[in-house]
Design a protein around this ligand. Structure first.
Ligand SMILES: Nc1ncnc2c1ncn2[C@@H]1O[C@H](COP(=O)(O)OP(=O)(O)OP(=O)(O)O)[C@@H](O)[C@H]1O
Length: 310
């Protein structure tokens, strides 16, 4: 899908510290633009700051995390800009559902076990669209469930009556309820088995095309990102060290750390590698690239010590 050049979210020189016993510089001077309608993948090893960045750009950080510099600006499709640091309280809560929605890794476990799915979905409309009547709310909840591939009959179910995959789909439906322009997904399918994961990812890319929202998709699973992302940012020790469109990043990675990260996934380098971005690349190219990568990274290193960021 061709993405428009217009930004929907601009992250400008964002820095986030954890002011714990020792200060951790978890996000360091990150600048990043999310284009309207694109899927931007954010990859990097555990502890590099991906989740902190996700929480920072949705302003969900809690102490000891503090934004120590920079800002995040949302550019609405209606043509106005909002600096998120100017929002607080109710405005911020409303903004989060309305304009930017989130799906986090354990989201499916955050459904209330004693309430039916219908009540939990309806609650979003009751809070944010109080003008809607009961029948209209019900209708929209049914439509939402079907949008994410769950039969509307499940509205009457309790969470424990649904599989993990279905519960995660319900969470995605909830995130999409108010038609946000940005969806932040932090490891949204990691807890699910591979087949269910794949189905949900296909659903997300289909919905993105249908509804036009942009996605920040966070995972340490680089092969997965290569499949679904338009562009990929590689993060290390709080810094974005490389950002490019997915195919270029795969075929021509510039940073030694990116090359090393790519080479650490057997699925990208073995004979099965050609399923990645199928139809675009062959396993031979994948193999050749990786051999070069291995030779190159044997001789050089990135030079950013993880401890240095703490
Ligand atoms: N509450 C906290 N107090 C102090 N340091 C923290 C806290 N939460 C996270 N950190 C540190 O901030 C850094 C970034 O953590 P973060 O969770 O954002 O990384 P991540 O890339 O999302 O990792 P993962 O893939 O494991 O979720 C790490 O060094 C982590 O130890």
């Amino acid at each position: 899908m061709k993405t428009a050049e217009h930004p929907v979210l601009s992250i400008e020189n964002l820095s986030i510290d954890y002011l714990a016993e020792t200060t951790v510089h978890a996000v360091r001077d990150v600048s990043l633009t999310l284009r309207r309608g694109e899927i931007l993948g954010l990859a990097g090893e555990s502890g590099c700051g991906k989740s902190t960045l996700a929480y920072g750009l949705t302003r969900l950080l809690k102490p000891p995390a503090f934004i120590t510099g920079g800002r995040v600006v949302f550019s609405s499709r209606e043509g106005y800009d909002i600096d998120l640091s100017t929002l607080g309280g109710e405005d911020l809560r409303a903004f989060r559902w309305d304009k930017i929605a989130m799906v986090f890794q354990g989201a499916m476990n955050s459904l209330n076990p004693v309430l039916r799915i219908a009540e939990q979905l309806e609650d979003v409309f009751l809070t944010h669209r109080p003008e809607l009547g009961k029948a209209e709310r019900r209708r929209r909840c049914g439509e939402l469930l079907e949008l994410v591939g769950v039969d509307r009959g499940r509205l009457r179910a309790y969470p424990h009556e649904l599989s993990g995959g279905m519960r995660q789909r319900v969470m995605i439906a909830m995130a999409l309820a108010l038609e946000p322009q940005v969806l932040v997904m932090d490891e949204p399918t990691t807890a699910l088995d591979v087949v269910v994961q794949r189905e949900i990812l296909q659903e997300i890319t289909r919905l993105r095309s249908e509804l036009g929202f942009a996605v920040v998709f966070i995972t340490h699973d680089l092969p997965l990102l290569l499949e679904i992302s338009d562009r990929i940012a590689i993060m290390r020790a709080g810094l974005i060290i490389e950002l490019d469109d997915a195919l270029t990043l795969y075929t021509n990675p510039q940073h030694p750390y990116t090359r090393r990260l790519l080479s650490s996934f057997p699925s990208l380098t073995g004979e099965r590698g050609d399923f990645i971005r199928s139809g675009v690349l062959t396993g031979d190219i994948a193999l050749e690239e990786t051999e070069q990568t291995l030779e190159a990274t044997a001789a050089e290193d990135v030079g950013i010590d993880k401890e240095e960021a703490r």
